[in-house]
Design a protein around this ligand. Structure first.
Ligand code: TMP
Length: 236
């Protein structure tokens, strides 16, 4: 079906919804890394991410997390509540990896004494720089009360997802969340998928996520499909 596109993101389209309280969100097959420097079409990625994200959202919503998801329209398309997306991305780290390892010289896979929550300014132009609370409130991206909510919700989601993936033989290394404002509340928005999480096999530590694409390891969608098949097997 054709929808009127309002905004085209790197991996999603946001389109006009059937009424003024909703958007249609389409998961694209495009994979990007390095802030768009590396870009490829991976046939079927949109459907895999929509399915994985859908099962994760179902689980989180059953456990009391408020999200923008209203319903699934088709295999790569969902209807979501219109929300004003906060320009602050939230990253939660359970294990050292990625930019944390690089920036602070900590070996990938090293245990951390505590979980890390990072806020980043959602700006492709500036390369999503990390920001602290006082910087965020100083430029008015969010209030301190909102940041406290983001931190609390992100850690609740982390608790839930660690337990969920553990049952599937998967370690949740880190992930990125986005939130939005709607009806005076903060809602979880966007997707949770192997594009936005690091997921390692519990036994072998094999990567099952977008690092396969970022690091040119090959077999990208096979990793995503493995995640989905474990989720579906657990559900049945
Ligand atoms: P990082 O180690 O590159 O900072 O990424 C941490 C986690 O956040 C990792 O699971 C990938 C995810 N992420 C996104 O989904 N989008 C982004 O723009 C960034 C920077 C990270």
């Amino acid at each position: 079906m054709d929808y009127k596109v309002i905004y085209e993101g790197k991996s999603k389209l946001v389109c006009e919804g059937p009424d003024d309280k909703s958007y249609v969100m389409v998961f694209k097959d495009t994979a990007t890394a390095g802030n768009g420097a590396k870009k490829e079409e991976l046939n079927g990625k949109g459907v895999l991410n929509r399915r994985i994200s859908g099962l994760i959202y179902d689980y989180l919503m059953k456990n009391g997390i408020e999200t923008h998801l209203l319903e699934t329209i088709d295999d790569n398309t969902v209807l979501v509540k219109k929300a004003e997306i906060l320009q602050v991305e939230v990253i939660v780290r359970n294990v050292a990896a990625g930019s944390f390892s690089k920036k602070y010289g900590v070996e990938e896979g090293a245990a951390l004494h505590n979980r890390v929550v990072e806020f980043c300014y959602k700006s492709d132009e500036l390369g999503d720089p990390m920001m602290n609370d006082s910087q965020i409130t100083a430029v008015g991206l969010a209030t301190q009360e909102e940041l406290d909510t983001l931190r609390r919700e992100a850690l609740r989601i982390d608790d839930l997802l660690i337990a969920y993936f553990e049952k599937l033989g998967i370690r949740l290394i880190d992930f990125k969340l986005e939130f939005g404002r709607a009806d005076g509340k903060i809602l979880l928005c966007d997707e949770i998928s192997p594009d936005s999480c690091r997921l390692w096999d519990s036994k072998t530590n094999a990567k099952m996520d977008k690092d396969r694409f970022r690091r040119e390891m090959g077999q990208v969608l096979e990793g995503y499909a493995d995640v989905l098949s474990r989720m579906e097997a657990e559900k049945n």
